[in-house]
Design a protein around this ligand. Structure first.
Ligand SMILES: [Fe+2]
Ligand SMILES: [Fe+2]
Length: 233
């Protein structure tokens, strides 16, 4: 059987065709959001992984999920407004729900364990800034930029396109910043591994932070690799 992915395929295209590959790439610390245009073979080599094994894993994952992926990979053909609505419903709603809960958990574990785990002061600080950035970011998307994109879809004009392009560049810069926060967070949390003496809340906070990272990767991937190219080319 012919493999669907070869090492020259762009990393973002792998996740566009096989959304479940996002988690696999995350486990291998391959960034499909900020380095989405890099060929997958190159990204694998940079991580010093076995290229044949990882390519096999990706191709097997695609084959296994071939049927239920059809519904998940429709974004390239769907209307822009459907994609925007999905981003708001699936990813922005998740952030509105999870960020305050995580803030409270991280403040609790910071107060309780910072004496024995000083790295928690970095985790607490980083998360607090990330939360503020994310809340502002998704609000600007929902209140300002997504409406501009929807208006442009209805009535495309050159001026509107130029305006949207500038805003999209700002959003992409913010996405880079968010990605950097996630990298730093991973470092300070020892890849989200709670220490042996961690309490239940400590462990749960790290599990939830890891989930936040996965969700943000999918979220930023949909915007950077699918939504923005659809609108500004
Ligand atoms: Fe967003
Ligand atoms: Fe965004």
């Amino acid at each position: 059987m012919k493999s669907v992915f070869d090492p020259t395929v762009e990393t973002r295209k792998v996740v566009m065709k096989c959304p479940r590959a996002g988690d696999l790439l995350k486990n291998y610390r391959i960034d499909y959001v900020q380095n989405g245009s890099k060929p997958i073979g190159e990204a694998i080599n940079e991580r010093s992984l076995n290229s044949i094994d990882v390519m096999n894993e990706l191709n097997t994952l695609y084959e296994k999920n071939r049927d239920n992926q059809r519904g998940m990979t429709k974004w390239e053909k769907q209307k822009v407004n459907a994609l925007i609505q999905y981003i708001i419903d699936a990813h922005h709603s998740y952030l509105y729900m999870v960020l305050p809960k995580l803030q409270s958990m991280i403040t609790t574990i910071f107060n309780k364990h910072v004496g024995t785990h000083p790295e928690l002061s970095h985790v607490h600080y980083l998360f607090s800034i990330l939360k503020i950035e994310l809340e502002q970011h998704i609000l600007i998307e929902e209140e300002l930029i997504f409406p501009k994109i929807l208006a442009y879809e209805k009535k495309p004009t050159l001026n509107a396109l130029i305006d949207i392009k500038e805003f999209v560049e700002d959003l992409k810069r913010e996405h880079e910043h968010i990605s950097q926060f996630l990298k730093d967070m991973r470092e300070f949390t020892n890849d989200y591994k709670a220490p042996d003496d961690a309490c239940e809340t400590y462990r749960l906070a790290y599990v939830k932070l890891d989930e936040l990272e996965s969700d943000l990767f999918q979220h930023l991937h949909l915007e950077n690799n699918l939504l923005f190219p659809r609108v500004i080319g």
